[in-house]
Design a protein around this ligand. Structure first.
Ligand SMILES: [Zn+2]
Length: 284
């Protein structure tokens, strides 16, 4: 059968077809560009890489020290033995920090005795990013309550030498203010969340803060001799607040330190700084 229209297309139709093809190509190109632009805005809206909370090669390690233990019960008041409460708090702090991506090493996680020097040695060996020792206070005056945190800027000579070697300081005479900042951060966060009386931060050469080559602080979480505070300290809700404050304090310190690892370490100015007191107070 003869085809109804077998004539070749006229010049006019060729031009129309070329125009349509050109228009279609242009449309596809424009559409493609629009699609890419849309996709890029979507990609911008969704973070492509989830930044980890800690951006160093390894998560920081915090050494938690539950004060006393074994035959050393620490303070005893109102039926509470300090060593039991410090361990309870330390275990809570371990869990809290662990859930926030921080590695934790405990000096003790059972009721055992551990010499103070050994506690400091654990922090040194682990090269901890922070060392936090937990204690409870007592006073001969039953009205005294609140929280206080201890630190020292004057490490023992062996700790100073280790700090000099690690941080490339010119002499072993090293002033270390990292403990002061850790103590400040702990004190500030804990008092804010618990509304406990703020007794401030204090400098004292306790073994666990002076023999440690790492940022160290010792927090007295409240007075067992204050009736109301002692009752609160045994309650789960108050313990959670306390631990939340300590955890926030540690984390804020670690973040500040990570951005500037050498922050707080300087050469000791013998003329301006008080000479190092080698007398150590061993029993917080
Ligand atoms: Zn104690």
């Amino acid at each position: 059968m003869k085809k109804p229209n077998s004539k070749p297309p006229s010049r006019f139709w060729i031009q129309v077809r070329a125009f349509i093809q050109c228009f279609a190509s242009y449309g596809a190109l424009t559409g493609g560009i629009c699609a890419l632009a849309w996709l890029s805005t979507r990609l911008e809206a969704v973070p492509s890489v989830q930044l980890r909370p800690w951006d160093l090669n390894a998560e920081p390690l915090v050494v938690i020290d539950a004060g006393h233990g074994g035959h050393d019960g620490g303070a005893v008041a109102g039926g509470t033995i300090e060593k039991n409460l410090t361990l309870e708090l330390a275990l809570r702090l371990r869990d809290e920090l662990t859930t926030k991506g921080i590695r934790v090493k405990m000096t003790r996680d059972t009721d055992v005795f551990l010499p103070l020097e050994e506690r400091a040695a654990i922090a040194n060996k682990m090269e901890a990013a922070a060392f936090v020792s937990l204690h409870l206070n007592t006073s001969a005056t039953p009205e005294v309550d609140g929280i206080e945190t201890y630190f020292t800027e004057q490490k023992t000579l062996s700790a100073q030498r280790a700090i000099q070697a690690k941080w490339g300081m010119p002499t072993p005479a090293v002033k270390d203010q990292r403990g002061r900042w850790l103590a400040e951060s702990l004190q500030q966060h804990v008092c804010k969340i618990t509304h406990a009386a703020d007794r401030g931060i204090k400098q004292r050469n306790y073994v666990v803060v002076s023999q440690t080559q790492v940022p160290s602080a010792l927090i007295e979480c409240g007075f067992l001799t204050h009736e109301t505070e002692a009752l609160k300290l045994k309650k789960e809700d108050y313990q959670k607040l306390l631990i939340s404050g300590i955890s926030d304090g540690v984390i804020q310190f670690l973040k500040a330190q990570q951005s500037q690892p050498k922050r707080g370490i300087s050469s000791l100015n013998i003329a301006a700084d008080v000479p190092a007191d080698e007398t150590e107070v061993t029993a917080p």
